[in-house]
Design a protein around this ligand. Structure first.
Ligand code: ZN
Length: 156
């Protein structure tokens, strides 16, 4: 596949990383630097995602960004055959994966599988979704808007 998996500018209405989501703003900045990171609690070491102000285990307020991945393992997968957003009208079917990045302590990220099996233009081409579970993937960065870069996934 050439170009990006998602149309440029997608999705509309992304949060302003400086104003709208103080907890996730730095996460978006790390993604722009192409660093796959999750918060690690300074008190108990728990890794957490999505970003939030307190540790869900010890309620500690201090944390730091731990780089995870870039490899990982597919935990779950689905193949939507409908557009989840009007700008994706011409995209389905596509593959959405839940990935456990290496070093994440079991925390997971959602993304697209950009080189999944099957022909996306052939609705009769069945994808062995269960066969994808447990497969190794690597992060592939995809700029989708001027200030946003998403972690996507590519079969290793
Ligand atoms: Zn903690």
């Amino acid at each position: 596949m050439t170009g990006t998996y998602l149309p440029h500018g997608w999705p509309d209405g992304l949060p302003d990383p400086d104003l709208d989501d103080l907890d996730a703003g730095d996460w978006w900045l790390e993604c722009a630097r192409r660093r796959l990171c999750m918060q690690r609690c300074s008190a108990c070491g728990t890794v957490r995602f999505p970003p939030r102000p307190l540790c869900h285990r010890c309620l500690g307020p201090s944390w730091w960004w731990q780089e995870v991945g870039p490899g990982g393992e597919i935990f779950s997968v689905c193949e939507p055959h409908y557009p989840a957003h009007p700008s994706l009208r011409d995209r389905p079917p596509y593959l959405v994966v839940l990935v456990t990045p290496d070093g994440s302590g079991g925390e997971r990220l959602v993304g697209n599988l950009v080189n999944g099996p099957g022909d996306p233009n052939d609705p009769a081409d069945q994808v062995d979704l269960l066969g994808l579970i447990g497969r190794r993937v690597n992060c592939q960065w995809e700029p989708v808007a001027d200030r946003y870069t998403l972690p996507q996934w590519r079969l290793a």
